[in-house]
Write a protein that binds this ligand. Structure first.
Ligand SMILES: Cc1cc2nc3c(=O)[nH]c(=O)nc-3n(C[C@H](O)[C@H](O)[C@H](O)COP(=O)(O)O)c2cc1C
Length: 241
């Protein structure tokens, strides 16, 4: 870490974690953060599921949930960005506090629960984004949805024309019973719906499946078989505990 980064981090650590998260996005949007620009080389350039990435290090879902800082994040050096999770309708997420620092472990625990502006607002921002590295969307389900499995396909249908890939996130620990959708039958039905929505896109994008970190070997085998059968392009390993 440079001395400037050390001071910046110390300042951020004095601010309530979720507020610091939001402030960091504001600082990016206002141009207050020095950015390196796109990073690539012949050794770093990577092909993944038909995507040409300038380098293989991407930004995980959850930092820019609402796609509000795509321009600056494009210039932050990542090889790709994943925004979201987006749900069909906007929702506030879990009550605060819901983001906790583990300073000694240099880690964070999040209990956000898919707080987001909803797919319409996120679609508009994705549609207006500048050119740059590939951008994917993390698909989520509304907490109070009568048919959570269908929500994933709904979000892909709405936003798919404006993304380069999509990730089915059935592995967040913060929406009660969401991980039940990782079971064989439920997952097969959910992925069939998502792949049908993908087939309707004018430019079918790769779909990835994001899994939980605490699956047994047997569960991983089962999920891999379902994913292969459905035709997903890859597994994102893993979500948070
Ligand atoms: C504040 C925060 C919000 C997150 N939100 C999402 C999300 O909306 N969707 C998702 O799939 N993962 C989400 N994640 C999980 C990350 O994308 C990532 O999978 C997880 O942090 C594990 O990676 P790590 O070990 O590098 O932290 C979130 C993580 C954090 C810390």
């Amino acid at each position: 870490m440079t001395p400037l980064e050390r001071v910046g981090l110390a300042v951020f650590h004095r601010i309530e974690p979720e507020r610091a998260h939001a402030l960091s996005l504001t600082a990016l949007r206002r141009g207050l953060v020095p950015l390196p620009g796109q990073l690539t080389s012949s050794r770093l350039a990577t092909d993944l599921a038909g995507l040409s990435l300038p380098n293989p290090v991407g930004l995980a879902a959850g930092y820019d949930k609402n796609a509000v800082a795509l321009g600056p994040l494009m210039r932050a050096g990542f090889g790709f960005l994943e925004v979201g999770a987006a749900t069909p309708r906007p929702q506030p997420g879990n009550p605060r506090p819901r983001l906790f620092r583990l300073i000694e472990d240099r880690a964070a625990i999040n209990r956000f629960g898919f707080n987001n502006d909803g797919m319409e607002a996120i679609r508009a921002r994705l549609a207006a984004r500048p050119a740059g590295v590939p951008v994917g969307l993390n698909l989520g389900a509304n907490k109070d949805s009568p048919d959570r499995a269908a929500d994933f396909a709904t979000v892909l249908s709405a936003c798919g024309a404006h993304v380069d890939f999509a990730t089915v996130n059935v592995s967040s620990p913060n929406t009660e019973k969401l991980r039940d959708l990782q079971g064989h039958e439920a997952l097969a039905a959910l992925l069939a719906g998502v792949m049908a929505a993908r087939a309707e896109l004018s430019r079918p994008v790769p779909v990835f499946l994001k899994i939980a970190p605490d699956l047994t070997d047997a569960e991983i085998d089962d999920i891999a078989a379902v994913a292969l059968e459905a035709g997903v392009s890859g597994i994102v390993a893993t979500n948070t505990d």
